[in-house]
Each structure stands twice: as structure tokens, then as C-alpha cells.
Design a protein around this ligand. Structure first.
Ligand code: FEO
Length: 399
């Protein structure tokens, strides 16, 4: 995309990345893409806020060059040092030789660790104001949203909050940058939730702290470093608050049913269990853990109250793709869920259950019901499965 003027002297100059398959080496984005939004301020002093990953360095240089010469840059402001925003730094510095890098104290340490550039950094303090001429920028420390060094930058006169990861989402920009450029925001909201749960959810308390800290600041535009620029900041702030609160408050009255099956026996039972849940009118999200990347499963686990796990015993333990999904739920601190479990076994019952209990211990999930069946489910087994699903759904409804 070409640079987009967002105010008289402020430009969006981001990069749409459709080349990276796995964000952070973990989370699939090859279909959705991701944007690295940078912002250029062309005032008496010239500044750029956040960059892009290393492989996008030439694109960033081209974008800057359409507005000013990169050598004119006075400041490179890095709100956050994760390499999706700082990877282009070394290349940019070859052209922006007089530019001063501004970051927090922790940011300086990280720039030394990642790039050996600590000595090029001027450390800025929480609340410090930098005058560029007509534009004054204030730095707001927001640690752990997403890494410990993170800050945001606020344009005082224009009331623009450059929030970096916060209020961002996956999803490349489809030719326009603003929320109100799109009639239907469902893609961006879905991808903001997936991004939130994949990347930010572990840091939900710092997110709420940051939102509280920002409450007194008038914001007309939220300009994150991923995804849409929000002309209606209240919308994305409200979504982020709601998602962050789910770390501490009960989730929606719905059920995530995760299943995996070797030969279809657990799938037959899963259909019976789903029938019981649906009979009670409780919303149900179904995922085959063998077919669906955990990135797409975690948002449902985060937002829905109950979990049902259907997976066979595999060599005396829980079916490995299910075990991995639960381990990732633990990594992302998706805690405190009521859970019910079922599965098929071939020759010896008990291994999957024991392994499952070990896996949910760090999650603090409450196992409320569990059963195994031998081989394929018979008619009585399936009737039991329907009642098992219905009973768990009633529990979720009435909790
Ligand atoms: Fe977009 Fe935490 O980096």
C-alpha cells in the first residue's frame, strides 16, 4: 500500500505481510496476513514510530522515501522491541544515520541484546514529552503489553494514541486502514480476538492496568502497529477490556468441544455428546484438534465457559494432538474451566484419564464428568453420551 496521510503532517506507512506463514514462529497467518503499521511525522523534526520485521526493511525505506529522505529522520521511536517492529532497524540506520533511537530503559537493554545497539538509544521516561515542532509526543509506559519494555506514544495535539501491540490484531489491511472504511468488521474483530488470545492474553492484568491508565487521556484515534486504525477507539478498547476481564471473570455460557479420533469411534461418541449439549440449547463450538491449528481453538477456550474433551487412549496416554492442545491452553493461562472428558480405548482403560488429569492440573480445570468406552460405542454407550452432554450443558447453563 502507498502511504496514507492521517493528519496534516502524520502518515501511516505500514507494510502488509503475506509472506510469513507463522507469526512468532507459532501462529498461522498465511491466509489472513498481518500488517506492521508504522507512522511517520513530518514536522520540523522528523520521527518514525515503530518499524516492521527484518524482511520488510526495504518496503519501509520505500514508504519513508515517498515522504521524506530517510536521512532526514531525527527520531526512531520504538514502543516495543519485539522483532516484528524492530527487525528493520539496522537497515534503516544505514540510511537514517543521524536518527536518535528512543525507547524505555528495558527497551534499551533489549536493543543491545537483539542488535548490539544499546549505545544508540536515548532512554525516555514515562510522561516525558518530545516536541517535534507543531507536534508534541508524550511517552506512556505500559509494561507487559506485550513485553516488559513496552510503551505507547501519544500525540498531544492530534489526540492520537500509537499503541503498538495493544488494540492490534492479525489480518492484513485490505487496501484501507480505518475501521470505518469497512462495512463489515467481522474479519478484523475475529482476527483481533485470535491475536489477543494468541499473543496478549497472558498479560491481561497489564492490559487492564494500561486501559485504566489511559482512561484520563482523550483519544480520537487509536493507531496500533497491527491491523486497523480505529476512528472509533471506544470500540476496540471495549473489546480489549472485555477479553482481558475474561482472565478473571466467568466466560460466556457456551461450550468448546475438542475432539480427536484415530478410527472414528470417538467421533461417533462426540456426535452423541454434541446432540445432548444442543438439546439443552447451549452454544457449542466444535474443533477437531488434529485438523485445526490450536491458534483457532484458543479464542473459543478463552471466551466460552465450559470445555468437553473427546479423545482416545493412545499407547496408555491421551491422544497426542489433544495433549498438545491442552499444553498450549496452559501456556496461555486459560484457567479455571469446568471440563468433562470421554474417549475410546482399545485394550486397557485409564491411561488417557490419568494423563488428562496431569495436563489439567496446572490449568486448574475442574473435572466434573468422565467416561471411557471400549472400542466402538454401542447403542447404550451413545445414549450415555447424549445424557453426558446434556448434563454438562445444564451445569454450564445454571452456573
Ligand atoms: Fe507486534 Fe509483541 O510484537
Amino acid at each position: 500500500m502507498l502511504p496514507i496521510k492521517i493528519r496534516e503532517n502524520i502518515y501511516w506507512i505500514g507494510v502488509n505481510d503475506y509472506k510469513t506463514d507463522l507469526f512468532e514462529g507459532l501462529w498461522p497467518i498465511s491466509q489472513e496476513g498481518v500488517s506492521y503499521n508504522s507512522y511517520l511525522i513530518d514536522d520540523q523534526k522528523k520521527a518514525i514510530i515503530d518499524l516492521a520485521n527484518e524482511s520488510s526493511a526495504n518496503t519501509i525505506l520505500d514508504q519513508i522515501s515517498q515522504i521524506i529522505e530517510p536521512s532526514e529522520l531525527d527520531y526512531i521511536i520504538l514502543n516495543h522491541i519485539e522483532p516484528d517492529h524492530s527487525g528493520a532497524l539496522r537497515t534503516l540506520l544505514l540510511y537514517a544515520q543521524k536518527a536518535e533511537i528512543l525507547a524505555t530503559q528495558r527497551g534499551q537493554q533489549m536493543l543491545e541484546a537483539f542488535y548490539g545497539l544499546g549505545s544508540r538509544v536515548r532512554v525516555v521516561q514515562d510522561g516525558e514529552i518530545l516536541s517535534l515542532g507543531k507536534t508534541n509526543l508524550q511517552f506512556v509506559s505500559t509494561p507487559n503489553v506485550h513485553w516488559p519494555e513496552t510503551m505507547m506514544t501519544y500525540a498531544l495535539e492530534e489526540k492520537i494514541l500509537f499503541s503498538c501491540d495493544a488494540f492490534g490484531g492479525y489480518g492484513a489491511l485490505h487496501g484501507a486502514i480505518y475501521d470505518d472504511d469497512y462495512e463489515d468488521l467481522s474479519f478484523y474483530k475475529r482476527e483481533a480476538l485470535r491475536y489477543y488470545v494468541n499473543i496478549v492474553a497472558t498479560f491481561s492484568r497489564p492490559v487492564l492496568r494500561a486501559i485504566e491508565k489511559l482512561a484520563g487521556i482523550p483519544v480520537e484515534l487509536i493507531a496500533p502497529s497491527h491491523g486497523l486504525v480505529w476512528k472509533h477507539p471506544e470500540e476496540i478498547i471495549s473489546l480489549y477490556s472485555q477479553w482481558a476481564r475474561l482472565a478473571f471473570e466467568p466466560a460466556e455460557k457456551g461450550i468448546t468441544l475438542l475432539y480427536g479420533s484415530m478410527y472414528g469411534n470417538t467421533v461417533r461418541m462426540m456426535n452423541a455428546v454434541a446432540q445432548g449439549i444442543s438439546r439443552e440449547g447451549v452454544p457449542l463450538n466444535l474443533f477437531n484438534v488434529t485438523e485445526t491449528h490450536v491458534s483457532y481453538i484458543l479464542p473459543s477456550l478463552w471466551t466460552q465457559r465450559g470445555v468437553v474433551i473427546g479423545a482416545p487412549t493412545y499407547e496408555g496416554a491421551l491422544f497426542p494432538p489433544m495433549a498438545y492442545t491442552l499444553e498450549m491452553a496452559a501456556v496461555k493461562h486459560i484457567t479455571g474451566k469446568p471440563v468433562a472428558r470421554f474417549g475410546s480405548y482399545g485394550w486397557k482403560s485409564g491411561g488417557a484419564e490419568k494423563h488428562f488429569e496431569e495436563l489439567i492440573a496446572p490449568l486448574n480445570w475442574e473435572l466434573v464428568d468422565s467416561f471411557d468406552f471400549n472400542g466402538g460405542p454401542n447403542h447404550d454407550d451413545l445414549l450415555r453420551g447424549v445424557e453426558f452432554g446434556a448434563s454438562f450443558a445444564r451445569r454450564i447453563k445454571n452456573r
